[in-house]
Design a protein around this ligand. Sequence first.
Ligand SMILES: Cc1cc2nc3c(=O)[nH]c(=O)nc-3n(C[C@H](O)[C@H](O)[C@H](O)COP(=O)(O)OP(=O)(O)OC[C@H]3O[C@@H](n4cnc5c(N)ncnc54)[C@H](O)[C@@H]3O)c2cc1C
Length: 339
Amino acid sequence: MNVAAGANIAAVCDSALASRRTRTQTATTVCQSGAGFKTARLQTGEFSSVAGGEKYETDVAIVGAGGAGMAAGIEALDAGARAVVFEQDSQLGGAAIISGGGCLIVGSPLQAENGIHDTPDLAFKDWIEWGGPSTDVIWARYYIEHSLHDLYHWAEGLGVKWVDMKVQEGNSVQRWTRPERNGLGLMTGLIAGFRKRGGEIVPETEITGLSLESGCVTGLQGRNTRTGESVAVRSKAVIVATGGFNSNLEMVLRYNPALSNDKVLEGSGRGSTGTGHELIRRAGGYLTHMDLVLRVCHARLPRPRAAPRSRVPPGARQHMGQSAGPPVPQRVDVGRQLR
Ligand SMILES: Cc1cc2nc3c(=O)[nH]c(=O)nc-3n(C[C@H](O)[C@H](O)[C@H](O)COP(=O)(O)OP(=O)(O)OC[C@H]3O[C@@H](n4cnc5c(N)ncnc54)[C@H](O)[C@@H]3O)c2cc1C
């Protein structure tokens, strides 16, 4: 089982583009388990094998209504499939809707308007240098070459307006491109686009397991978080797009034991608890790059005199990825303090 969409801590644009790739890449586990599927809720009793509860049948069942889930849903609908998205929260949009929404776009009209010359080769060079040996070069090249059409123009087609750019670490030119109203603007466009195409979103539905038949994923099991009622889904394809796990400290430390030596303050989307990773693992799937946790710290750095070589101005946000050096030894203000 190959999980590209949302099961890692992909950034919002990265996960959206990864989801859009599912048409050509095997990012879902597919079983042909019958014809004549209907999208939407069925009457109790239509599933002979499961008693009671809510029941759905569809072509593509998607877990998570964040950036990856909505992009995957739009792609499925545009390809002629029926799609239903199951979201545990009463609010849609996941971490993506509270995010900055900034996407790295290469060769955009906005760059040209601002006199920035950018090419896929330059972006690739930047990312390989920054990412080091852990870089997924195939995905990096794919993303870079598709960011303009499959992300920038595609999102514009959904009503998203790209408004400005800023420098992002690891990039030699301005590529980080911000949508109007940040993640809210981006996700409003994606959610509306999904619904406009006839996609269905089922909120307050936590998916707790993948259904397996003869080694194939044939659907989902879950529960309505408001009523407690069970939910059963039968589908030809399943996409797990449940986001990251940065709001699950136990999991962060399990995959990054070295962080136990530091003062760790977790904080991400409230649904970023890694439940999808567990669903995949339990169904026999494999997870990759679990140790690569992005640490975004709002750091109070020492006074400039005490740290003359600091690359980050006082009060600035510092992305402390693998190449950005050790955590700042002073005070770190991020979300809530857990250790
Ligand atoms: C403050 C902040 C700012 C950020 N700014 C940027 C930025 O500017 N640019 C950028 O690229 N990235 C940014 N990010 C990161 C970005 O938000 C995430 O990488 C992105 O949202 C991941 O998209 P996703 O669809 O995979 O997950 P999400 O958007 O988190 O969506 C996952 C959804 O799945 C749901 N879910 C989880 N488990 C289950 C389950 N078992 N059953 C049903 N539903 C479930 C969750 O409730 C959630 O709605 C930011 C993150 C934060 C927190």
